[in-house]
Design a protein around this ligand. Sequence first.
Ligand code: HEC
Length: 156
Amino acid sequence: MRAINKAFFFRIAQLVLASVVGSICAACSNGSGGKGELSIKSQQYFVQGEKLYITHCSNCHQQDGTGLGLLFPPVNKSDFMDNNFDKVVCLMKNGIEGELYVNGKQFNKKMPGIPSLTDLEITEISTYIYNKWGNRRDSITLQEVSTILRVCQPAN
Ligand code: HEC
């Protein structure tokens, strides 16, 4: 009888544990594109960055970041973003023109900069676009973004 109780107890403990672990993992993969893996600070940037992205960037790059044909390049998985973090930070503020390649496709259309964006806002947007979709870059700091912004080349 005691042996049965013990087995029963362990079975219940197992079920409780499984459901706790299950709900934690559900939070990890809540469709936010890995947001659950970010530090608390980065998660705050991410949330603000999403709003700013929708206001300032989604007209051209689209809400899902896939861009528009050969007019607007994708920010949802972009090898240009992987290889040019400094340029990406700068182009939000100063714009960019001339040909550039994203995932093997050529783009050549002027992107206007948004000079009114603050260093913090650019940190937030960077955190969002670098963690929402195919790219991955955790812990983008305000300090590193400010340092980059201080030495941007004009319009490129
Ligand atoms: C008016 C349309 C427009 C807006 C608004 C805009 N972009 Fe762009 N963006 C472009 C175009 C066009 C290019 C390609 C520039 C070129 O060909 O030299 C580009 C290029 C880029 C690139 C580099 C290429 C790539 O896709 O990896 C990034 C990153 C980017 N934009 C991010 C942003 C972010 C973030 C915002 C908002 C702060 C933004 N853009 C707002 C049109 C726009």
